[in-house]
Design a protein around this ligand. Structure first.
Ligand code: FES
Ligand code: FES
Length: 191
């Protein structure tokens, strides 16, 4: 077993996990973050995309089926479940997906939304081509992508028009308390 100590959607967790446990399995099976889905398990579909901020502050969207849980140690993960405000107000990208009918079956949607958030963090004013390229690692079998592109354009307009800054990278939380003799179960620690 190996120890992981990371912040997920604002809550710090300290766990003992199998060294080969994938980050997506840790999120879903240990933390119950089932909003992050598994579409292919081979790094192709992007359905499992989450935001990951490394301990050095570098933030990026990652496919959580292509990363071990232990590789996320010391960092901060934001899943689609962590994007909305505490009062339930949707993130502008979530709102735009809803308003622009950017989903049908919805299976690609969690990863697509997280990838779009990362895209707009890096490019607050993306062209259509940049949106299509930015989301090229996320596959959708239903929509034909048109409404997804429209939703990202709408989210960009809303975020810029309102004067709101592009979504920031997850902030690095303060380190947790030193590891205790915690059994191999999920332990929440105030972030
Ligand atoms: S489930 Fe991770 S890329 Fe498809
Ligand atoms: S809405 Fe069905 S895969 Fe995208």
């Amino acid at each position: 077993m190996a120890r992981v100590n990371l912040v997920v959607d604002g809550t710090r967790y300290v766990d003992e996990v199998p060294p080969r446990l994938l980050l997506v399995q840790y999120l879903r099976e240990h933390l119950g973050k089932v909003g992050t889905v598994i579409g292919c398990d081979t790094g192709n579909c992007g359905a499992c995309t989450v935001l990951y901020a490394a301990p050095d502050g570098r933030a990026q969207a990652v496919k959580s089926c292509s990363m071990l849980a232990v590789q996320a140690d010391g960092g901060e993960v934001t899943t689609v479940e962590g994007l909305a405000a505490a009062d339930g107000t949707l993130h502008p990208v979530q709102q735009a997906f809803h308003e622009n009918h950017a989903l049908q079956c919805g299976f690609c949607t969690p990863g697509m939304i997280v990838a779009a958030v990362d895209l707009l963090r890096e490019k607050p004013h993306p062209t259509e081509a940049e949106i299509r390229e930015g989301l090229s690692g996320n596959l959708c079998r239903c929509t034909g992508y048109e409404n997804i592109v429209r939703a990202v354009q709408a989210a960009a307009a809303a975020m810029n028009g309102s004067g709101a800054a592009a979504p920031s990278a997850p902030s690095q939380a303060a380190p947790a308390e030193p590891a205790s003799s915690t059994p191999a179960t999920t332990t929440e620690v105030a972030a």
